[in-house]
Design a protein around this ligand. Structure first.
Ligand SMILES: Nc1nc2c(c(=O)[nH]1)N[C@H]1C(S)=C(S)[C@@H](COP(=O)(O)OP(=O)(O)OC[C@H]3O[C@@H](n4cnc5c(=O)[nH]c(N)nc54)[C@H](O)[C@@H]3O)O[C@H]1N2
Ligand SMILES: Nc1nc2c(c(=O)[nH]1)N[C@H]1C(S)=C(S)[C@@H](COP(=O)(O)OP(=O)(O)OC[C@H]3O[C@@H](n4cnc5c(=O)[nH]c(N)nc54)[C@H](O)[C@@H]3O)O[C@H]1N2
Ligand code: SF4
Ligand SMILES: [Mo]
Length: 720
């Protein structure tokens, strides 16, 4: 080897020695895949690679989003300093200047318009510690009743449905290890293959073991492709569908009488109502043949074990709670819950969609699923917080309703943390206007999102690589995200930002924490004895066991693998069956001459939610650089469209322009648009403002629309 070569190889070795490894969990979905970022300095540049790590839920797997998550986090657009809007332009300011502005403006608003004139909007992507702290911050730091969060648009109907039926809501009643052993699986409005890809091996194994899989979705997807039977129903018809299945199960005597008499209330009434249904009419309403309805009910009823999984397809409806309860009814009637290989799962969405919905970010909730209107719950939490119970405000209104309050002039200021509501809320044009008219808007984000752009002040937050804390995953397993990468620029953790604002609002001593673990230890006490009981969980115990499934009421407890083995969480131990939803099961938003097609919305594999993060990742963005409208070719022809042309989609609420994508996989009466893009492509400009009466969930999965070539509009404008 020449001297020169030796020198080269020596320097190569040195490069390898400068490798750094950072542990974390993926910032995206509820699987919370464990990962490592490997940072290598190679001669003059730094390279990054993300690899999976073993853990009980995902066993080292990663999907394409996880593998590329570092790309947005290390992106040059990442916010590094607080930004204050001066004369319409953002200028960098110091943290002390930012805090001074917040103190002045928040105080001014509350002095003029009352405490509740300030509001807080949180997120299911925050850690448990931050979700908990944000709830405490709104009530004690700002003394306002107005706090809600993006999970209202996500898990609200699943949570309300499960709480009403079972008395508690943990996404999966059984751990994922049981899935491969079940005999029949219903996947209702869930596209796990694209939305929780690393969950798939559990279902593939079940199939290999002979399970019969039934998928319910108006489109053929990568998930319906693994099903033995696909019910390609009309969007919005799932409540009706579940009712029809119950009728068949009861009439064919597939019910478990012993289970019902010992463990279920309300069966007789629900069964009676179901039996009075006209099946032919329900086949019509759902677009699913009587034959297929029988095939589904008989298979599910006859198999010795079965599981039902629901997701946003059936839940993001104005009868989402009723739909969830009606699918749970099928489990209760057949006794397929609280036993091995039988159970329910609402597939949680966001990284901490589970923990985020338990610890007090919701308008009516205190930590651990405690109720803000229950005197005992208030007293318990007040003691942990060191305040009098009557200092805790009463319940506020839901996410979208806060924007309505802005329009009414009752809310004048908002702090948005870790969400992009301008893109993710229904009736998006209205939401943008409401936020624009605020006296003062603060956004805490990693990027200048469409919402942050409207803000008066933007605060830079840390990412999944930097911010340690606990995340409760899809199974209800509390995991520890051990992030340790140094904070870039002047970035701070969300919990630090919350604490600093509380301090300038005069409540510093109630928010003085050294670490996320400090906050977690307070959360443990706040949830002690509650439905989502975390008291027995510690950081050390999570590390030792690679996560703990809640409830975990004391330090000796090992966590709860399977819920409801000995009873449901309602007083008396019985589950509640109810034939609910009124006439909604058959009559909802309907197509008309003016708006002749159903629109439904959802996701693609490579993008995440409003796309603020994944659109910045070159590897992910390349897979879908723009939005699209999936439409059946024969429908396209009828509406004088062509494939890959710009089309205008219009509803009673607004209009957008996206590119047509022909696909035989979708129903002929339905089009599909993903929601990962803002501005002109923001499909939420089309979604109506009506909310589920039980849980205030918007109907993201059903709108009536018209479609036309985009140039028609341009021509019409030119002519006028
Ligand atoms: N790639 C990716 N993964 C994600 C996310 C993401 O944005 N991108 N987001 C995460 C989050 S927060 C969530 S909440 C989950 C969401 O996960 P999912 O709920 O599985 O995702 P969606 O695509 O919204 O909807 C699921 C399916 O419902 C179908 N559907 C639409 N309307 C109806 C209907 O009326 N009835 C029935 N039965 N089905 C219908 C759609 O065609 C779609 O295939 O995914 C998580 N994972
Ligand atoms: N039409 C339609 N609309 C929908 C849905 C649908 O299916 N169809 N689904 C709904 C669902 S299920 C959901 S969950 C919502 C989601 O809606 P959003 O919460 O609005 O979506 P995200 O894109 O996750 O927004 C997160 C923002 O926080 C920033 N961020 C990321 N990590 C952090 C962090 O650690 N700290 C801080 N401070 N900021 C961070 C990101 O840059 C981004 O701007 O959308 C809902 N809207
Ligand atoms: S997006 Fe979900 S499935 Fe994919 S790597 Fe991240 S956590 Fe895992
Ligand atoms: Mo979600």
């Amino acid at each position: 080897m020449t001297e020169l070569m030796l020198k080269y190889f020596r320097s190569k070795q040195q490069d390898v020695q400068s490798e750094k490894v950072f542990d974390s969990q993926c910032p995206f979905c509820s699987m919370q895949c464990k990962m490592q970022l490997i940072e290598q300095k190679v001669v003059s540049r730094t390279t990054y690679k993300t690899i999976g790590r073993d853990n009980p839920t995902t066993q080292g797997r990663l999907c394409v989003k996880g593998m590329n998550a570092h790309q947005h986090t290390l992106h040059r657009d990442r916010l590094m300093y607080p930004l204050l809007k001066k004369n319409g332009e953002f200028v960098p300011v110091s943290w002390s200047e930012a805090m001074r502005v917040i103190r002045n403006r928040f105080n001014e608003i509350q002095e003029n318009d009352g405490r509740d004139a300030l509001s807080v909007y949180g997120s299911g992507s925050l850690t448990n510690e931050e979700a908990y702290l944000l709830g405490k911050f709104a009530r004690i730091g700002l003394k306002t009743k107005h706090i809600d969060y993006n999970g209202r648009l996500c898990m609200a109907s699943a949570a309300t449905g499960a709480n009403q039926s079972f008395g508690v809501d943990r996404g999966l009643t059984n751990s994922l290890q049981e899935v491969p052993h079940t005999k029949c699986i219903i996947l209702a409005g869930t596209n796990i293959a694209e939305c929780q890809p690393t969950i798939m091996p559990y279902f593939e194994q079940a199939k290999e073991n002979g399970a019969y899989i039934i998928a319910i979705d108006p489109r053929e997807t990568a998930t319906t492709a693994v099903a033995d039977l696909h019910l390609k129903n009309k969007p919005g018809s799932d409540l009706a569908l579940a009712r029809a299945l119950l009728k068949i199960i009861v009439e064919e005597n597939l019910v478990d009488k012993t289970f019902i008499s010992e463990r279920v209330n309300g069966f007789e009434e629900a069964a009676h109502e179901a039996c009075s249904l006209d099946l032919e009419k329900y086949a019509n309403v759902t677009g699913v043949s009587e034959n297929q309805l029988y095939q589904t009910a008989l298979t599910f009823g006859q198999e010795e074990s079965g599981m039902i999984f629901t997701a946003r397809g059936i839940e993001q409806q104005i009868d989402g709670t009723a739909a969830v309860r009606s699918f749970i009814n099928l489990l209760l009637a057949t006794g397929k819950i609280g036993r091995p290989y039988s159970g329910y799962g609402a597939i949680t969405g966001q990284g901490n969609g589970q923990g985020g919905r338990e610890h007090g970010q919701k308008a009516d909730q205190l930590p651990g699923y405690r109720s803000i209107e229950n005197e005992d719950d208030r007293a318990h939490v007040a003691e942990v917080w060191g305040v009098e119970a009557d200092q805790i405000p009463r319940k506020g209104v839901s996410a979208y309703e806060m924007f309505e309050e802005m329009e009414r002039g009752t809310i004048k200021g908002m702090l948005v943390m870790c969400s992009n509501p301008v893109v993710s809320n229904p009736n998006a044009n209205f939401v943008k206007k409401a936020l624009t008219n605020l006296n003062f808007l603060v956004a805490v984000d990693m990027f200048l999102s469409e919402t942050a752009q409207l803000a008066d002040l933007v605060l830079p937050s840390s990412s999944y690589l930097e911010d340690p804390g606990t995340m409760t995953n899809v199974e209800g397993r509390v995991t520890l995200r051990e992030a340790s990468r140094p904070l870039p620029g002047e970035v701070k953790h969300d919990w630090q930002i919350i604490s600093e604002i509380a301090a300038v609002m005069g409540e510093g001593e109630k928010f003085s924490y050294e670490s996320s673990e400090d906050i977690f230890n307070e959360l443990r006490w706040a949830t002690r004895g509650a439905r989502a009981d975390y008291y027995g969980i510690t950081y050390e115990k999570i590390k030792r066991n690679q996560g703990i499934l809640w409830p975990c009421p004391d330090l000796e407890h090992e966590g709860t693998q399977r819920l409801f083995e000995n009873g449901f969480a309602h007083e008396g131990g019985k589950a509640e069956m109810v034939f609910t939803g009124g006439i909604l099961g058959t009559q909802k938003e309907s197509i008309t001459d003016e708006f002749p097609l159903f629109l439904t919305t959802g996701r693609v594999m490579s993008h995440y939610l409003t796309g603020e993060q994944t659109r910045k990742s070159p590897s992910l963005a390349a897979r879908h650089i723009e939005s699209f409208m999936e439409i059946h070719p024969s429908t396209g022809e009828k509406f004088k469209l062509k494939a890959n042309m710009l089309v205008r989609v219009t509803s009673a609420f607004g209009s957008i322009v996206v590119r047509s994508k022909y696909s035989e996989q979708i129903r002929k009466d339905t089009v599909f648009v993903p929601f990962h893009w803002g501005g002109e492509q923001n499909v939420n400009r089309l979604v109506a403002d009506e909310l589920d009466p039980d849980c205030r969930m918007p109907g993201f999965k059903l709108a009536a629309v018209n479609v036309e070539p985009a140039h028609n509009q341009a021509e019409a404008l030119l002519k006028s």
